[in-house]
Design a protein around this ligand. Structure first.
Ligand SMILES: NC(=O)c1ccc[n+]([C@@H]2O[C@H](COP(=O)([O-])OP(=O)(O)OC[C@H]3O[C@@H](n4cnc5c(N)ncnc54)[C@H](OP(=O)(O)O)[C@@H]3O)[C@@H](O)[C@H]2O)c1
Length: 247
């Protein structure tokens, strides 16, 4: 009989924070990684190559986390094609920004951001949670934001999506605790990635007590800890990773 492969799914892992999380879960915990992306197949394959250098297996899977049908059908197809796998970790990381003052915010930009971060959490987690319940083990980690903790002007859509994600984290943690499934979130502040590359770094870093932006690896380190067996009694928690910005 073939050995069961333990797998971690990381959404939005083609770039940035998701890529660093994929690498950390492979290196620190030896997970095989399923790398989700929406458009950047080449970047997703780059992440897969990086993960494979850690001595584990990596696959890429394209779907829009905001599309429930596409998400369920891609994940079901992957599971059917890989019956020798056991999902242990789900990292809901995919996210986008569409910043604007609320008075100018078009409905499509409101919905796009909510669909990706908040509905994406629902679509992805609902596709896999019964597997975690049946195996009585799992780690669900949601990538929120300082904007969801304190609200950020110009980001009502993003702040709402991320605050919703924090509420969902705390509620689901209570539902799944007795099944030995933990549900936690991380709330990064300013992190270097494509999402922040056009921001005025020199101005904004003055708002940060550590006087710098963080790195994707600094977020990944906390996610890797929350995914580890050592974090087994932590659930419904949010770890702020923001260089000291009050939240
Ligand atoms: N950077 C920061 O300062 C910061 C701070 C707080 C929280 N966050 C959160 O951290 C997470 C990662 O952000 P990042 O900075 O790494 O962003 P990024 O560099 O822009 O990368 C975004 C990732 O999400 C994927 N993605 C976007 N929409 C998707 C969708 N509908 N379905 C599936 N995948 C999708 C992208 O895939 P493609 O490459 O295929 O487009 C990409 O892999 C996000 O949830 C973000 O809100 C970031």
């Amino acid at each position: 009989m073939s050995e069961v492969r333990k797998v971690a799914l990381v959404t939005g892992a083609s770039r940035g924070i998701g890529r660093a999380i994929a690498a950390a879960l492979a290196e620190d915990l030896g997970y095989d990684i399923l790398i989700n992306y929406v458009g950047n197949a080449d970047k997703a394959e780059e992440t897969a190559e990086m993960v494979r250098t850690k001595g584990v297996q990596a696959d890429t899977v394209q779907f829009d986390v905001g599309d429930r049908e596409a998400t369920h059908s891609a994940l079901n197809a992957w599971c059917e094609a890989h019956p020798d796998t056991r999902f242990e970790v789900i990292v809901n990381n995919a996210g986008v920004t569409r910043d604007n003052l609320f008075v100018f915010l078009p409905a499509e930009d409101w919905h796009k951001v909510i669909d990706t971060s908040l509905n994406g959490f629902y679509n992805v987690t609902s596709a896999l949670v019964q597997k975690l319940v049946r195996q009585r083990y799992g780690r669900i980690i949601n990538v929120a934001s300082v904007s969801g903790m304190k609200g950020t002007a110009g980001q009502t859509n993003y702040s709402a999506a991320k605050a919703g994600l924090v509420g969902a984290t705390k509620a689901l943690a209570q539902e799944l605790a007795k099944r030995k499934i933990t549900v936690n979130a991380v709330a990064p502040g300013f992190i270097h990635s494509d999402m922040t590359k056009d921001l005025p770094v020199d101005d904004l870093k003055r708002l940060v007590p550590m006087e710098r932006f963080g790195t994707p690896e600094e977020v990944a380190c906390a996610v890797s800890f929350l995914a580890s067996p050592g974090a087994s009694y932590i659930t419904g928690e949010v770890i702020n990773i923001n260089g000291g910005i009050h939240s």
